[in-house]
Design a protein around this ligand. Structure first.
Ligand SMILES: C[S@@+](CC[C@H](N)C(=O)[O-])C[C@H]1O[C@@H](n2cnc3c(N)ncnc32)[C@H](O)[C@@H]1O
Length: 610
């Protein structure tokens, strides 16, 4: 396994980059915070340098620069340094660093939490120790940052928080909000999937319900849900504690232990518990990799920091999922009143464009299911029999389009590939193309890997990461039911590389503005009289496309829903057209194979002007 980390500069020994310590000499190098977190974890888990080879990849320095040291013995033994012209064909560099390449299974993992989880798994496998650090059922930090507040906090927010703390100067008067959020989070009552098991273990009792818990005779037997929130995720120390500790240890160096104790006693108490749990070993590793002397200006205590103001939110939990993604309040809340919906649709009618989608024009498929091995068919993905035919129909429409667009040697990316239905079929049918399967859910991707292994496909590479972390060049982007805004992130990736696209969107009602994707997508829609909340109302109605064959379906609402899907997709198509694409707006065949049955085919350039 190869671990790829960013570095900015390897210091020449003349600049104090090589120091002879008591045991061995050390090399200093400048790295971003994420590389530091991973390196500390790497050392802490005592990973074997021959099992996990470290590659430092040189990048342009941004603001967060930490000067770390590595003993030269370990640099020589295990680390490679790649300069500004890195190995261009290495897929591990096709996504944001840190990343891991597992060559044996053609897999790239990207994203801080994903990488830290893989390293921990490697440690568990190598030491045959219990999987404790990966939490209950190995689920610590498994949910991706765009679906889980907790992963987002550990992957993105805390990094930003440390960067802010390192930059604090005398003129600043506010501490980053994340410090207050963690302080509040740590005093929330413990929530855990295995709570009864835990209560039984801690109190040596046998209960299996809240009621039995209330009936426990003595006060000592009553499990204190507050007191037992000992670690970041509950009662046991997990990887999340290690990652957060590595970050907050830097905050402590800058703000001092005394100030943290006074301002955030719970956070400070948690740090002590984490440090004590391994008799200070993690703390020592942090200091080994990042001695304060090398970073005088950044890490020395900030004078007067006790005067900095910190807001601590009440009852704040980082476990709660973010249900208010639209952030609409008061009169911004979307209407469900049909008369108002009709008013909004009248505004849509006044946009000078054609709304609609064409019935699929493929008379016959470009491939025969009979010649496709079972593992590459939907049944190979363990779908329930009732769904197999419908999945086949979904796949046929997309595969026909891709087979028409693909040329030998093309790189095709199946974004949000799930268990691999689409990407695996494409890889089988187009052996001269390379297919990347990108999916952030480890479990789904594991199933796709097993199928690929059984099929012995050599033209598949797996990317286990968020869409946002994927940066590689490609020729055709495909997505089948990428939820809500994920479809638009996929389309943006295609636009950036002028790649063709074949996309069947899903979950229109879950659209919301994110930093790099805002709605409406096209100039024409943005300049129309449709307000943002009205646009999202149309998107919401687009999710009311229920099965027309069912007696319980409100047929009028369902038809309105199909029309609303076409409205949103027209906006998407217009954006692509503004960027030079020819776009076909089609429907899957047969249309009843899924209520989310619209298909956008984007052709860039002269390739295939139908
Ligand atoms: C509805 S499933 C579709 C799976 C597959 N394409 C199919 O048709 O069977 C959507 C998939 O997208 C993945 N996903 C959603 N957002 C993602 C993101 N930002 N990055 C990577 N994968 C994502 C989910 O984990 C899920 O497996």
């Amino acid at each position: 396994m190869k671990l790829y980390l960013k570095y900015y500069r390897l210091l020449p020994s003349t600049e104090g980059g090589c120091v002879t310590g008591a045991q061995h000499s050390v090399r200093a190098l400048d790295v971003p915070l994420e590389s530091y977190i991973v390196l500390v974890l790497y050392r802490y888990l005592e990973l074997n340098p021959t099992d996990v080879v470290v590659h430092f990849v040189q990048c342009k320095a941004t603001t967060n620069v930490l000067r770390i040291v590595l003993p030269t013995s370990s640099v020589e033994a295990s680390a490679f340094f790649t300069d500004a012209a890195p190995l261009p064909h290495d897929p591990a560099l096709f996504c944001q660093l840190p990343s891991i390449a597992i060559e044996r299974i053609n897999t790239i993992v990207s994203g801080l939490c994903g990488v830290c989880r893989r390293l921990t798994k490697q440690h568990v496998a190598a030491t045959k120790s219990s999987a404790g650090l990966l939490g209950f059922k190995g689920n610590t930090l498994v949910a991706p940052a765009d679906a889980s507040l907790w992963t987002k906090f550990c992957e993105l927010d805390m990094v930003r928080c440390v960067e802010e703390v390192l930059k604090l100067g005398v003129k600043d008067n506010l501490l980053p909000a994340e410090i207050g959020q963690l302080e509040s989070h740590l005093v929330q009552p413990l929530k855990s999937h295995n709570i009864y098991k835990l209560i039984n273990l801690v109190n040596n009792v046998r209960i299996s319900s809240d009621e039995e818990h209330r009936k426990l005779a003595s006060a000592e037997q009553q499990f204190d849900f507050h007191a037992n929130h000992k670690f970041a995720e509950g009662y046991e120390k997990t990887l999340a504690d290690l990652m957060l500790y590595i970050c907050f240890e830097l905050v402590e160096r800058r703000l001092t232990n005394a100030v943290l104790r006074a301002k955030v006693p719970n956070l400070s108490g948690w740090m002590e518990r984490v440090a004590k749990h391994d008799e200070g070993r993690l703390h020592r590793v942090c200091n080994e990799v990042l001695p304060t002397a090398q970073n005088c200006s950044l890490l020395t205590a900030l004078s007067g920091c006790d005067a900095l103001v910190l807001e601590i939110p009440q009852e704040f939990s980082l476990y709660k999922s973010d249900t208010k993604k639209l952030n609409l309040k008061g009169d911004q809340v979307l209407t469900t009143n049909q008369a108002e919906v009709l008013d909004i649709l009248r505004k849509v009618d006044r946009i000078p464009t054609d709304i609609g989608s064409a019935v699929n024009d493929w008379a016959t498929n470009r491939f025969e299911w009979d010649t496709v091995p079972v593992e590459a068919r939907p049944e190979g993905g363990k779908l329930p029999p009732a769904r197999i035919l419908r999945k086949r129909h979904q796949l046929e429409s997309l595969v026909n389009e891709v087979m028409r667009l693909a040329t030998d040697g093309a790189i095709i990316v199946d974004f949000c590939s799930g268990t691999g239905h689409l990407g695996i079929l494409l890889a089988h049918l187009l052996p001269r193309c390379t297919v990347y399967l990108l999916e952030n859910k480890e479990e789904s991707q594991q199933r796709a890997m097993e199928r690929v292994e059984r099929l012995a496909l050599r033209n598949v590479v797996f990317f286990q990461c968020n869409l946002d972390y994927f940066t590689a060049r490609f020729d055709i982007g495909v997505s089948l039911h990428a939820c809500g805004v994920a479809t638009d992130i996929v389309l943006e990736k295609c636009f950036a590389h002028r790649a063709h696209f074949v996309s069947c969107p899903c979950c229109y009602g879950k659209l919301y503005n994110i930093e790099h994707v805002t709605y409406p997508r096209s100039r024409l829609f943005r300049e129309s009289e449709l307000a943002l909340k009205e646009y999202f109302c149309v998107a919401h109605c687009a999710d009311q496309t229920h099965d027309l064959a069912s007696d319980r379906t409100n047929v009028a609402k369902a038809h309105q829903g199909f029309y609303c899907m076409d409205v949103i997709d027209r906006d998407r198509a217009l954006r692509a057209e503004e960027l030079g694409y020819k776009v076909l707006r089609k429907r899957l065949k047969d249309e009843s194979c899924t209520p989310k049955n619209r298909l956008l085919v984007g052709i860039y350039g002269e390739g295939d002007m139908r």
